[in-house]
Design a binder for this molecule. Sequence first.
Ligand SMILES: Nc1ncnc2c1ncn2[C@@H]1O[C@H](COP(=O)(O)OP(=O)(O)OP(=O)(O)O)[C@@H](O)[C@H]1O
Length: 366
Amino acid sequence: MRLASLSLEDLRVFREARLEPGTGINVLVGDNGTGKTTVLEAIQLLSSGRSFRGGVRDALIRRGQPELRVYSEIVAEPMERRVGMGLSRSLRAWSARIDGQAVEALTRLFQELAVVCFEPGSHALISGGSEHRRRFIDWALFHVEPDFLSIWRRYQRALRQRNALLKQPMVSANLDPWEHELALHGAALTRLREAWLARLQPGLSAMVARFAPGLGAVTPKYSSGGSPASDGETGLLAALWQARGRDQALGHTSVGPHRADWSLAFEAAPVREMLSRGQEKLVVLSCLLAQAQAFAEVRGQWPVLVLDDLPSELDRGHLAHTLEWLASVPAQSFITATAAPELPHASCRPMRMFHVEQGRVAALLY
Ligand SMILES: Nc1ncnc2c1ncn2[C@@H]1O[C@H](COP(=O)(O)OP(=O)(O)OP(=O)(O)O)[C@@H](O)[C@H]1O
């Protein structure tokens, strides 16, 4: 999938801007603080309603304005289906449109555009809390597994209900139906997540061999958050039952897939603490590119790749390597940099360069 156009209105420094990206690598060049990252943020917003920069959402709206708007025409392969996606945020709420029609659920919009993002905060995938790693897998499942969203919602609903009951004087029988729900949907969630991690393994091994060969073979390990995954629904039900006393004291549910995690062990660095900061970045980059590739294998089209401030994240050799890889796959990508990086000569798609200057984006001849 790719963006044929992108328009921003009242998003941070931009009053109004529009660009028509190319189908291959798009480079956004400009000085610090001119708005390069904001263009990537706009793409991320359309795909998830959140900014990879975090922080308060209202900071996204241009100072003094009531609302921001982002619009894009998306082209979905293989049939070249065109979809107009619009997202706006007022001080109170988001609203979304597809082909001009308002959509009730934002997730309907997010299903149309899959974006894989590498940015300075991405190292949290390795060094941050487990929520980053769960979100990584759940992002893929949301896009490739039709049942995922309904399983995830049912699990979350049962979790909220059990947590609310845990805060009241305990009546064990009241917990029973919610624990059955949690076990049923939790076991399904665990199966999907484990299967996705297994699917990623070959691509991840190839990416690590390419970007961080010194680390040797990589082994992913999933930990299901309480009971062994192989014990399935029965095991999770038993774990919930056993944890009742402790959970009541805590006031929340301490076992289940909402506590799950995964890790990577390398031949040359069996524990995460042995990775240098730079190696961490290369591992994260490998995970994200492997994720994009696995997505493409399942969906038959690539997600859009956005890579913020790439030249300051990677050394020259790894930057060249990454650009070569990007040029070799049929994915649309967006890169920001303060100075134009040297782009590979051979590319399977046309490349395009844009200059960003204090809230304006201009296409450069390339
Ligand atoms: N709500 C807002 N209203 C107006 N301007 C804003 C708002 N939020 C941020 N800005 C401005 O928008 C610009 C944001 O720029 P952005 O982070 O996209 O720049 P950048 O080119 O990626 O910078 P760098 O190279 O330093 O990372 C900054 O000049 C910032 O002060």
